[in-house]
Each structure stands twice: as C-alpha cells, then as structure tokens.
Design a protein around this ligand. Structure first.
Ligand SMILES: O=c1ccn([C@@H]2O[C@H](COP(=O)(O)OP(=O)(O)O[C@H]3O[C@H](CO)[C@@H](O)[C@H](O)[C@H]3O)[C@@H](O)[C@H]2O)c(=O)[nH]1
Ligand SMILES: [Mn+2]
Length: 734
C-alpha cells in the first residue's frame, strides 16, 4: 500500500480532565511543603517520647508524600486507543494471522471444570475465521475430570459455535449468556432451536458436575475414550508424564460443526510433573504451551486468559489486530493488555476487587508513557516478543508470510513428538524462564515478563473497549482477597528488590516516567509500615497525652486539612467518574486499610524471609468457589470473616485499639470537663483521625460483637484482640 493514502487502523486520544488533575496535584504539593515546614519548625524539644513519635510520624508522612509523587507521575498524561475494525476487515480480510489462545487451569476443586469449559467455549466462539484459531488448555492439575470436561466442550462446541453466529450471542460463554439472556420471541422455529441448545448445554454441564461429585469418570464414558488410559500412569497431581491430546484438529476436513463449518483447533495439555523438578507455576505452564503450540499451529499472536476469565466481547481479537497490524505504529507493539473486569461484583464491591481506578485511569496513564504492564489475563502477545526477541528499528512484519505456517503432520504424530517439549527436563540448559518466554522465580510472572519485554525495546498498549473484553471471577471472601493481595504484593516487592528493579534495570531502556510508574505497584507492600504507624501511634499518643498535630485554632491546621480533604475528595471523584458508587468508595477505603495493615505487612515479611533464604516461592491459587451461605452473604455485601487467621487478629486488634483511643479521648472531653475546650483544641485532629479509623472499622466491631452467622469473627479472635489492645493501652499509659 502506498504511504500517501495510509489510513490508520487505530487512533490515540488524550483523556480529558488532565488540567484539573494537574492543578489539584500542584496545590497538594504546596500543602505538603507546608506540612514539612510545620514538622521541622515545631519539632518538640521536650520529652523523649514526644520526639521519637514525632520523628516516626514525620517519616510516615514523608513516605506517603513520596508515594503520592510516584502515583502522580504515572497519571500525568493519559491516553486511550480507538481501533477501527472496519478498516481492518477491508485491508486484511485474507491475511488475518493465526491466533493461539492459552487457557490455564490448575485445580479442578477450586477451579471447577464447568467454569473452564465456559471459558474455553467463549474463546472458541470469537468472531474470527475458525481455521485460524487454536485453543490450548494447560491443565496443571493433570486431572482426568478436567480432560473429560474438555471432551464435552469439544462436543458441545459443534452446536454452540453455529448458535453464537445465528443469534449473535454475546457474551459467548454459555453460562453467562443463558444466565442473562431471554429466549427470542420472534418466531417459533427460533425459540425451539434456542431452547434445545440451552437444554443441551445444561445436560453437558450436568454430566461434568456429576463426574466431579463422584470424583471419577463414569464407567461407560471411560470405556468410550481410549485417551483415559493415560491416567493409568498418573501417580498424582505432582507426579505424571506429559499428556497431550488434540481434541479437535482444525486442519482435518471432518472437524466441522453441525452446519458443516470448520472448527477451531482444541488441544489439551498436562505438562510433565515430577516432585524433584520445580514447575514454576503459571509461568512454567505458559512456556510449555508456547513450545507445544509453536509446533502445532504457531500463531504469531498469542492470547492468554486465566480459566476464570471468559471472553465477553467477540470482537476483542480484531480490536487487538487493529493495533498490531497498523502499518505505522503496529510493528513496535509487543503486547496489548485488555482492561480486566469481573463478573461477580456486587453493587458496592465490599472487597474493592474491581480495581476501578487502577484499571480505568492508571493503566491509561502508563499507556501514555511506554505501555501498561502485562496483567496476566486478557493479554495479546506477539509470539516473537514473548519468546525473547529484541525490538530492532525498522522491524517489519509481513503478515502474508506469517499467516500460513501450520504443521502438515498427522495429529497423532504431533501428539507423540510434541510431548518432549512439555517434559520436565526440556528446559535444562536453555534460556527458557530467563530470556525466553515467561520469567521464572517471581510470584508476579506477568509483571516481570511485561517489564522485561518493554526493556527489550518493545511498546505495549492498553485497550478498554466499551463492551468489556474479558470478565473474571473476583475473590468471594475477605481472607481470599487478602491472600491474593499478599501474593501480588509479595511478588511486586520481590521484583523491586531483584536485579529487575525497574529503576535500575530499565535504565536507558525505558523512559524514566515508566520506570517511576512501575514503582507504586512494586512498593505497595512497603506501605504497610507507614500505615501501621498512622493507625497505632496517634491513637496511643492520644491516651498518653502527646499531641502530634497542630492545634485546631492554629493556622497550621490548614495544610493538613487541605491535603487530607482534597486528596480524598479527588479520589472519590475519580471513583465515581469510573462508574463506582459512594458506598463502593467507602468500601475501597476500608480495603485500603485492611490490606495495608495485614496482607502487605505479611507480604513484606515473606519477601524479607525469602531474600534471606528462609522461605520459598509459594503460589496460593485463589479459589473460584465458595459455599452457598458464604455466597449469600457476599451477595448481601456482608464481609466474610469466619476463619482464624493471624491477619484477622491484627485487623481486630487495631480496630479495638482505635476504639479505646476514641473512648479515652471522649472521656477526657466529657467527664474531665474540658471547659475552655483545651483538649479538643490540642487533640482535635488526632481525635478525628481515631474517629475516622473507628468509622472505617464499624463492620469489624459488628463481626466481633453483634453477628451470629458463620461469617462473624471467631470468638478466639475477639478475646485475643481485646487482650492485645488493652495490653497496648496499659503499657503506653503507665
Ligand atoms: O501452578 C499454577 C498456579 C496457577 N496457575 C494458573 O494461573 C492463573 C492465575 O491464578 P489465580 O489463583 O487465579 O491468581 P490471580 O491472582 O487471580 O491471577 C493474577 O495474578 C497472577 C500472578 O500473581 C497471574 O498469574 C494471573 O494471570 C493474574 O490474573 C489461574 O488460571 C491458574 O489456573 C497455573 O496454571 N499453575
Ligand atoms: Mn484469578
């Protein structure tokens, strides 16, 4: 195509409202300067305790300022991308590249195969030529139950794909579709058709769920498929040979749906596992998939989704290709991350799991300065970049050439010869996990891999189409949420303290702004110290009578009030702008506190232990299921405690501490007759701070003292927290 009549496949637009953001940021900065001045000028000359608590508070405040600066850098600019599918179709209809889709699952008990099947079906039904689609499931659980579910999926896809086309189904996950859609009323034939597919789906899921309940494959099915014999050699989840099955061979002319259209390729892989070899969690399974797929379909673009994240927008592949295939800007893109949304959020999101502002604002900010991070699920990769290729100037892809690279051996031959690619020893003495594929040794393999790719000169981009590209499952209980956060924060801090630390590793490779923008995430865990200080010390000082903030009557109160108020008000505004509710924002603030005082604290500890060699990498997979009652409470937006965990001990103790602090202060004001309001004047801000924490903790008190359901705080936690908090108060007062 001639350069002169080049029409871009996508456009980049600036996010509006940046000027307001910058003005507010500047005013907050001014406020911070005054706070620092106050801390220096009014440094207490009196007692030792006064001095040290002052220094501690000052350090915490400096930390928060530094952190605020980092987040401000990443938001300074913000862009979004607007793809034009029409133009893509006109220009490239014949040359569309092959797409390999990787779905990862690891445990049939906490990641139900019926869910995996829905995810797989949803990506099989993309609006894309089926002969160019290949779907690979990595089953790290090595479970015949998951394999059986995939057999059922392969079978049901023959009906589901034509059905999706006929009724323009969206989303293409049958579970999600039938949950929300109602039957088409227009004509009788259609209704019959629609209902029969629904019934077929329900029967399929029923069979899968029965096998799960029995915890084995029913005999008659076992006999039908010789593939199950593979499981005779499986010793356990951690000890088995590679199992590789091409369930649908897209090249086979007999692989057609009920209307005779070709089907996408579908492959099941359980890589070899042996107890003496580390399997590197999801990174290991992705790398095995990269190699196996390179022999079977070798699509130049790879999409990665977790088993709990179904495709919600059948145009997503085409959207991403608009970016990859753009003649001017496409060749430098290594990966395109989609916004991640969640399917099971309640209106006010008690666990703040949607990451609304991060997803809808911050990642757009990163996109403006070099590219978003790779967030694991819902991400399209250029195979070459994922395999370690460096970006070279003037690198150009000839889509015509790469679009036709399928193997021509038979399926059974491929199955046999590819097994070795997924064996435990294949990676020995290679650069897999270091330079090639996803990087090993980190709990956030996605982030580190994305960063490494960017450091090789590639760009990444972010897409957030109006209709969400992917919908996942957010944790359903508080403990699950905290454990997930702990893993992430642990992983991030590990990145920061490793040789991959963005500040150093990215030097001269990625823009300074992008290096700084990675830091707020990397340093998430480090927030816990300053947060714990702010939660504990001002409250104890209140009981002891040490004043840490300016008097209410002094003008110095103004910068504190201004920074706190404007910063939070702006955050609320952002949250609402991103489609959240006021109560959702309050919950978000609560989770901010909960996470920083518990999960982040533990993450910090783990990371340090790991650095010292006392602890090992442990990927705790998030459960995607919960019992019925817990689910009901989740839907009613009641926080689920109901378990013993040191995290809850800390949460409850801190809540009690602030309650005692507030009571103590009230006693002073009311009972000790504060006539000329001296106490209020001197301790006003401190009392207010305690009071804010008490308000945030209201659901904790409720769970400690007033709830009767199974989600309440266990009584042992109640006793412990009261004792600990009383001890702390007594120790400070005397
Ligand atoms: O040994 C393992 C462990 C996990 N997984 C898969 O990894 C995915 C993510 O696990 P999950 O417990 O759901 O973690 P999340 O915290 O929800 O996942 C986010 O964070 C992870 C890093 O912490 C990334 O790996 C994920 O892609 C990202 O979506 C799931 O599909 C698992 O089946 C494996 O394949 N093998
Ligand atoms: Mn997940």
């Amino acid at each position: 195509m001639a350069k002169s009549n080049y029409v871009p496949l996508f456009e980049t637009k600036q996010v509006k409202g940046r000027l307001l953001f910058r003005c507010i940021a500047a005013s907050i900065f001014l406020g911070i300067c005054f706070i620092v001045m106050y801390r220096v000028m009014f440094f207490p000359v009196g007692g030792k305790a006064e001095r040290w608590t002052w220094i501690g508070l000052f350090l915490s405040e400096l930390w928060f300022c530094f952190y605020w600066f980092l987040t401000t850098v990443s938001r300074w600019n913000s862009v979004y991308r607007l793809p034009y599918i029409q133009r893509l179709s006109q220009r490239f209809e014949k040359e569309l590249p092959g797409i390999d889709i990787f779905v990862c699952t690891t445990d049939p008990l906490i990641e139900p195969p019926s869910m995996v099947v829905n995810t797989v079906l949803s990506v099989m039904a993309y609006d894309y030529p089926p002969e160019k689609l290949s779907i690979y499931l990595s089953d790290d659980g090595g479970s015949d139950l998951t394999f059986y579910a995939m057999l059922e999926a392969a079978n049901f896809s023959k009906t589901w794909l034509p059905f999706c086309k006929k009724f323009r189904v969206e989303p293409t996950s049958p579970e999600a579709y039938f949950r929300t859609a109602s039957e088409p009323l227009s004509d009788a034939v259609n209704v019959k058709d629609w209902l029969s597919v629904k019934k077929l789906y329900e029967e399929t899921i029923m069979r899968i769920e029965t096998s799960i309940k029995l915890n084995r494959i029913p005999n008659h099915i076992h006999k039908q498929h010789k593939e199950f014999r593979e499981w005779d050699f499986v010793l356990s989840k951690h000890d088995h040979q590679t199992i590789l099955q091409i369930l649908i061979d897209g090249r086979d002319s007999n692989a057609v749906d009920i209307e005779g259209n070709p089907l996408p390729t579908l492959v099941y892989l359980a890589r070899e596992k042996r107890p003496q070899h580390h399997h590197h969690f999801k990174a290991g399974s992705m790398n095995a998939l990269i190699r196996v797929s390179s022999r079977i379909s070798n699509g130049p673009i790879i999409l990665n989704v977790d088993c709990d994240m179904y495709s919600n927008n059948s145009k997503a592949i085409k959207y991403s290709l608009c970016l990859f295939m753009d003649e001017k800007k496409g060749d430098e893109i290594a990966y395109i991350q989609f916004l991640q949304s969640f399917d099971n959020l309640t209106k006010n999101e008690i666990y703040a799991s949607s990451f609304r502002v991060l997803q809808q604002l911050e990642l757009h900010g990163l996109d403006a300065i070099g590219g978003p991070c790779y967030n694991g699920s819902g991400c399209f990769h250029r195979r070459e970049a994922l395999c370690g290729k460096k970006y070279e100037k003037n690198y150009k892809v000839d889509w015509k050439k790469v679009s036709d690279t399928k193997a021509d051996e038979s399926a059974s031959f491929l199955e046999e010869t590819c097994k070795v690619l997924a064996s435990c020893t294949f990676e020995h003495n290679t650069t897999w996990g270091k330079e090639m594929g996803l990087i090993y040794g980190f709990l956030v393999e996605d982030i580190i891999t994305g960063l490494n790719i960017q450091c090789k000169g590639w760009k990444s981009m972010y897409l957030s189409p109006e209709r969400d590209g992917f919908l996942g499952v957010a944790p359903i209980t508080l403990l699950q949420t905290l454990v997930q956060h702990k893993r992430w924060m642990d992983g991030h801090l590990q990145v920061f303290l490793s040789r991959y630390c963005p500040l150093l590793y990215g030097y001269k490779k990625i823009p300074l702004k992008l290096r700084l923008a990675y830091c707020p995430y990397n340093l998430w865990a480090a927030n816990c110290l300053a947060t714990l200080y702010i939660v504990v010390v001002p409250c104890l000082c209140l009981l002891k009578g040490i004043s840490l903030f300016p008097k209410i009557s002094s003008p110095w109160v103004f910068p504190f009030a201004y920074v706190a108020f404007v910063h939070r008000a702006y955050s609320l505004n952002e949250f609402l702008w991103c489609g959240g509710t006021f109560r959702g924002w309050c919950n978000d603030q609560r989770m901010w506190l909960f996470n920083r005082t518990t999960a982040y604290f533990f993450a910090l500890f783990e990371t340090i232990l790991k650095l010292l060699g006392y602890s090992q990498l442990n990927f705790v997979v998030t459960a995607k299921v919960a019992d019925k009652e817990a689910l009901k409470r989740y839907d009613g937006e009641l926080i689920e405690f109901g378990a013993t965990s040191p995290m809850f001990d800390i949460l409850a103790t801190l809540a009690m501490l602030n309650l005692f602090g507030t009571f103590g202060a009230l006693k002073k004001v009311i009972l000790d007759v504060d006539e000329d309001l001296q106490v209020l004047d001197k301790f006003g801000l401190q009392i207010l701070l305690c009071f804010v924490f008490v308000t945030i903790n209201l659901p904790v008190y409720q769970a400690l003292f007033f709830r009767n359901d199974n989600g309440k705080m266990p009584s042992s936690v109640t006793y412990k927290s009261i004792i600990f908090a009383m001890l702390a108060c007594t120790a400070t007062m005397y």
